[in-house]
Design a protein around this ligand. Structure first.
Ligand code: CMC
Length: 389
């Protein structure tokens, strides 16, 4: 059949060419469009980085101002969408709520669902960037039983999001600049990571000529899993379990090494990074800064640091080249900011959105794109006769 190999998990197979993000897993290098992640995180805003990923170059100040303005203009959601959110159960996971909401955008905004029409693609891009944070905040408010707020377009992207999450109708809300700066940095660090599972999903769905909303909704569902974006939530659950069980960090690490069913060191290991994850380094710095600036003392951060120290010195982790990944310290920061655990992966989704859009557009514009259709090695029964009746 011309089939050349079996590659579980696509460990050795490139599914595409891409000019967006460069990773060297051996050296711990990550660059967006050639710019090192450390320099971007220090100097750029979330939207400037989004522009860079999507359009390929840094924006001029005018381009950035126009982009920002357009996104602000599109933050409002169709009023009927509120009823849609209202109909979902309050104890639904916000990631499921978000994926459903994004899927519903195809129904409310039918003037931006044609992948072959550049104006539709551009409008869908702006709408997603503007509306995903609002929907994410709705998912949060829904889960805690508070009223949804309207976006405040006088605020920046990140500040608007913070107000939508932590403001309420009864009191004025002042954005804390420490929180705003730290969240912006975390979102930037999540913006792209080449062909990870959710981005590959977005590309695969998009390769069928499905629209951008439908493809991103699929990406959100792929991100939900605990081996991918769901790891940030799983890390915090793990740290809390270690604290509450009183078993101690060393004992937990033993259970991981003994491969007890369901026991893994969440937030450790990466398919590509076999050295330290460069994002994890930056997140760890932020964790200390943010907790200090917010005056939060969290035992979970101490447990995380102890866990990291023990694991980094242990032969099991060393020989498998397992290091903390981006998800290891993010949960501790999100918790200090006041986000409930079930919102952590939603924050990852907001961060990753520009990457998903950039990859979908790159794929959509590439004349070499074909529908994604993997091969299989058939292991079932040989041909046999169906019993005559
Ligand atoms: N804890 C304990 N052992 C591990 C871990 C871990 N977190 N990760 C890998 N291993 C072991 C694994 O059991 C295997 O051991 P052995 O050779 O004895 O069978 C070896 O290391 C190689 O692991 P693998 O499963 O072949 O590696 P992979 O590239 O298929 O998986 C991974 C990568 C990220 C899914 C995995 O490391 C993992 O499950 N980590 C925990 C979940 C996590 O933190 N995910 C977030 C990833 S980064 C950001 C994102 O994508 O969201």
């Amino acid at each position: 059949t011309g089939l050349t190999g079996l590659d579980y998990g696509f460990v050795n197979t490139a599914s595409t060419k891409s000019a967006i993000t460069f990773i060297d897993g051996e050296e711990g290098i990550l660059r967006y469009r050639g710019y090192p992640i450390e320099q971007i995180a220090k100097n750029a805003s979330f939207l400037e980085t989004a522009w860079l990923l999507i359009y390929g170059e840094l924006p001029t100040p005018t381009e950035l101002a126009e982009f920002d303005e357009k996104i602000r203009r599109h933050t409002l959601l169709h009023e009927d969408l509120k009823k849609f959110f209202g109909a979902l159960p309050h104890n639904a996971h916000p990631m499921s709520v978000l994926a459903s909401g994004v899927s519903a955008l195809s129904t409310y905004y039918q003037d931006s669902i044609d992948p072959k029409n550049p104006e539709h693609v551009e409008l869908a891009t702006i709408r997603l960037l503007a509306k995903l944070p609002v929907m994410a905040a709705y998912a949060h408010k829904k889960s805690i039983g508070q009223a949804f707020l309207y976006p405040d377009n006088s605020l920046s992207f990140v500040d608007n999001f913070l107000k939508l999450n932590f403001g309420n109708l009864a009191e004025p809300y002042e954005v804390n600049p420490v929180l705003s700066k730290a969240l912006e940095r975390l979102l930037i660090l999540h913006e792209d990571h080449e062909q990870n599972a959710s981005t590959s999903t977005v590309r695969l769905v998009g390769s069928t000529e499905a629209n951008l909303f439908a493809s991103v909704s699929a990406g959100i569902n792929a991100l939900f899993g605990p081996l991918h974006g769901g790891a940030n939530e799983a890390v915090l659950t793990m740290l809390a379990e270690i604290r509450d069980s009183g078993e101690g960090v060393a004992r937990y690490v033993e259970r991981v090494k003994n491969k007890e069913a369901g026991v893994k060191l969440m937030g450790f290991g990466h398919r590509v990074y076999k050295n330290y994850d460069p994002r994890a380094k930056l997140v760890k710095e932020s964790a200390h800064e943010v907790l200090e600036a917010l005056g939060v003392k969290d035992e979970l951060l101490d447990i995380a640091m102890e866990l990291e120290k023990i694991a980094l010195e242990d032969e099991y982790f060393k020989s498998r080249r397992l290091y903390p990944n981006v998800d290891f310290y993010t949960g501790v920061i999100y918790k200090a900011m006041g986000f409930p655990t079930h919102m952590f992966t939603v924050l990852f989704a907001i961060g990753r959105l520009p990457g998903w859009i950039a990859h979908w557009r790159e794929m959509n514009a590439d004349p070499q794109t074909k529908i994604g259709r993997p091969q299989q090695l058939y292991t079932g029964s040989p041909a046999r006769d169906f019993p005559e009746r």
